[in-house]
Design a protein around this ligand. Structure first.
Ligand SMILES: Cc1cc2nc3c(=O)[nH]c(=O)nc-3n(C[C@H](O)[C@H](O)[C@H](O)COP(=O)(O)OP(=O)(O)OC[C@H]3O[C@@H](n4cnc5c(N)ncnc54)[C@H](O)[C@@H]3O)c2cc1C
Length: 349
């Protein structure tokens, strides 16, 4: 088998061993067995945030295929097994009159991966509604429930990201019991829904609008659309402090004209003036537009500057060469170092 068959970007060489775990017992046993043999382990969800080397993975890939959604613990409480399809969980929450996940519609992958990078989109993040993450701890061999405050959530990060200690078994959310969505914070979504930022619509309406916006950007997997053969956003939006933002503004005015305004979003909870600047804006102004194609099989999506796609004949090394070209171009133009969003296996940028 090749891991290319298990990743949304359709890249990645072979794995030495591959185990599919359909129950929590099988998942824990597979990890325990590999750990006892000092065998490297890669936990595989939907493969939508993974860039795997062309040489593959010299260890055991454990595919999470556990199932089950329960509604115990309170009126808005929903617990999803790690192997549940994420979008199906969101669809169910909306259908059952729960609000808080609707803006996270259309994101590929499995429920168990959502805490890893604190999945977020259109003004919502899972960390706002997760109350606990049940984990198998590879350091102690115990199963425990980590409450939200012990998950180390931040913008596209958590204590799980980049650390192999915990295997997520299930995720519990506490959602608002209401037909209306949570207040719509994201300006583009609010405009699409015809409400002011902070307004509310029915959750089902918000979900439909999010999916439509995402489809237009190639951000919903569609096997017929090569622009969706990606890992989603390849780079995280950089968070800049005031001096770094001033330097970017000066570089932007020098490059794009004196009236140029660098777009920015406030970073919630940051009291020290930090802002998030859209990586896509920086990439475009550095000269890499939608559809940019250096010609070796990897290109920028024709629909979204942040998505690097495998046009069909790419290799992981071609994808990374493109990512390096973009990263270096943005650094040379704006002095900002973009960092990759996906998890890189056996490769570095
Ligand atoms: C078209 C597209 C659009 C996307 N849009 C968004 C978006 O809007 N917002 C966003 O945040 N992300 C987005 N992503 C990224 C991705 O979908 C999410 O990060 C998703 O949560 C990854 O889930 P997965 O099951 O595919 O994880 P995988 O890619 O299989 O794994 C990702 C990482 O999580 C680890 N992991 C997976 N499951 C477990 C587990 N049970 N226990 C421990 N570790 C685990 C893996 O080892 C790996 O390190 C997008 C991706 C694509 C392809």
């Amino acid at each position: 088998m090749r891991l290319a068959d298990y990743t949304t970007v359709r890249l990645g060489g072979p794995a030495r061993a591959f185990v599919r775990a359909e129950t929590e017992r099988e998942l824990i046993d597979a990890v325990r067995t590999a750990d006892a043999a000092a065998e490297p382990v890669l936990i595989l969800g939907g493969g939508s945030n993974l860039v795997v080397s062309d040489e593959g993975f010299d260890g055991t890939v454990i595919q999470v295929a556990t199932r089950g959604v329960s509604r115990d613990g309170g009126p808005g409480v929903l617990t999803a097994a790690a192997g549940e399809d994420w979008d199906a969980v969101v669809a169910r929450s909306v259908a059952e009159g729960l609000a808080g996940l609707e803006c996270l519609s259309g994101i590929p992958g499995l429920a168990g991966a959502t805490p890893i990078q604190n999945v977020g989109a259109y003004g919502q993040e899972v960390s706002e509604t997760i109350t606990g993450v049940r984990v198998y701890d590879r350091a102690t061999g115990d199963v425990s429930q980590l409450p939200n405050e012990r998950c180390g959530f931040g913008y596209r990060t958590s204590r799980f990201r980049g650390a192999d200690r915990f295997v997520v078994l299930s995720v519990t959310f506490d959602l608002a019991v209401q037909v209306l969505s949570a207040p719509v914070r994201y300006a583009e979504l609010a405009a699409a829904l015809g409400v002011s930022p902070g307004g509310q619509v029915e959750s089902a309406e918000a979900r439909a609008a999010v999916i439509e916006l995402r489809q237009r950007k190639g951000m919903v997997i569609d096997p017929a659309d090569p622009d969706t053969r990606s890992v989603g956003s390849f780079f995280v939006n950089p968070v800049l402090d005031p001096p770094a933002l001033a330097a970017v503004e000066a570089a932007a005015r020098a490059r794009c004209g004196p009236d140029t305004r660098v777009p920015r979003f406030e970073v919630s909870g940051s009291g020290d003036g930090q802002v998030k600047v859209p990586a896509a804006w920086l990439i475009e102004r550095a000269g890499f537009g939608k559809g940019y194609n250096p010609g070796d099989g990897a290109r920028i999506s024709a629909k979204h500057t942040l998505a690097l796609v495998n046009a069909g004949t790419a290799s992981t090394s071609a994808l990374l060469a493109l990512a390096r070209e973009i990263r270096d171009g943005v650094r040379d133009t704006f002095g900002v170092s973009l960092t990759p969003e996906p998890v890189l296996i056996g490769v570095t940028l």
